[in-house]
Write a protein that binds this ligand. Structure first.
Ligand code: FAD
Length: 312
């Protein structure tokens, strides 16, 4: 595609320090370890480079796909005929008093560890979530009764028209696995988070306790994207899948985990098509047995033919 070639040339000139590759397999950049090649793949090293890449993409009429750590996405086997921008290289983070400032590519694990080292509580739940801050904000990631929204003070975000704005907690419109980033089509660049002082040892103990709970209940030794489905009203997806007798159900290399029915895992050699087919079969059988239609929490990237908004 001509636009992609000229965008490639423009990115090489404008962002000499960013990682830029052509035909980069998405299986390397998603925790499901599936997905075909992205025509262009870019990992900027700072918020300014990310913003510049978005502007250049727009100038070349290319609609990029934005990813954090790829821990909540399913990328198509056929690949993505566009620019994929992955934020993981944006890694600035610091603490001032009880406020953390961080680029959106910082991993939630590193952020939680930084908070602990400054004797600040409030991010223990995030330590075991394998995503970035930006992906966590988009999803309002949560676990063990806490969500990212509880700590967010404000988010600096790039809007589709290229302007940069500050969204406070109310403007982020957080809900269950939802934030305003989706409706605004906005890219989170950096964030401030307000935490509370506590003993560093007590925080470390809580993180270790939650990690032990995760290891005991989740299939962490297989590639996955965490919980495949959102929690339906009045129930739990894992319980419904278990009650429908679907633990161990397999399509190709994809399987409903025997350890945690809420996880679809890649047992080895799964394609995204296997995972999609298994998701559809789980939805069908759970609806038959319970009358409830499960909605995927995993973000399913359509085969790219233009027109996907950048945070799809
Ligand atoms: C083993 C395992 C356990 C998990 N446990 C949990 C859990 O306990 N709780 C939980 O909530 N999730 C969990 N997850 C899912 C996942 O880690 C979270 O949803 C995480 O927040 C996704 O972050 P990411 O950086 O990987 O985002 P990605 O998967 O890369 O992207 C997800 C979405 O966010 C958008 N996005 C990414 N960065 C930005 C940005 N800077 N600005 C705007 N939009 C952006 C993308 O466009 C995409 O739509 C788990 C996953 C795994 C594999």
């Amino acid at each position: 595609m001509e636009q992609l070639q000229s965008l490639h040339a423009a990115l090489v000139t404008a962002l000499p320090h960013a990682l830029l590759r052509q035909n980069e397999p998405m299986a390397r950049h998603t925790t499901f370890c599936t997905g075909g090649p992205a025509a262009l793949w870019l990992q900027p090293d700072c918020a300014a480079s990310l913003a510049q890449a978005m502007v250049l993409a727009r100038e070349h009429a290319v609609q990029p796909v934005l990813l954090g750590a790829g821990s909540n996405v399913l990328a198509p086997d056929e690949g993505l005929d566009t620019l994929v921008i992955q934020t993981r290289g944006m890694s600035g983070a610091s603490a001032e008093g009880n406020v953390l400032f961080a680029d959106c590519g910082v991993s939630l694990r590193r952020l939680a560890t930084l908070a602990q080292s400054h004797a600040l509580t409030g991010l223990e739940f995030a330590h075991g979530i394998p995503g970035t801050l930006g992906g966590g904000l988009f999803m309002n990631a949560g676990a063990y009764g806490s969500e990212l929204k509880d700590a967010v003070l404000s988010v600096t975000a790039l809007l589709p028209d290229g302007t940069i704005t500050t969204l406070n907690r109310a403007a982020m419109d957080f809900g269950y696995r939802h934030s305003a980033l989706a409706s605004l089509g906005a890219v989170a660049l950096s964030t401030s988070l307000e935490l509370q002082p506590d003993s560093a040892d007590a925080i470390a103990a809580r993180m270790a306790e939650l990690q032990a709970k995760r290891s005991a209940s989740q299939p962490l030794d297989f590639p996955s994207a965490g919980s495949t489905f959102k929690r339906p009203t009045g129930g739990y997806a894992a319980a419904l899948i278990d009650q429908a007798g679907l633990k161990g159900l397999t399509v190709g290399g994809a399987q409903v985990s025997e350890k945690h029915a809420g996880f679809v895992i890649n047992r080895g050699g799964a394609s995204s098509a296997d995972i999609l087919a298994l998701i559809a079969e789980i939805q069908r059988r759970v609806e038959l047995s319970s009358g409830i239609r499960l909605e995927p929490e995993v973000r399913i990237l359509p085969r790219y033919k233009g027109g996907i908004p950048w945070n799809f």
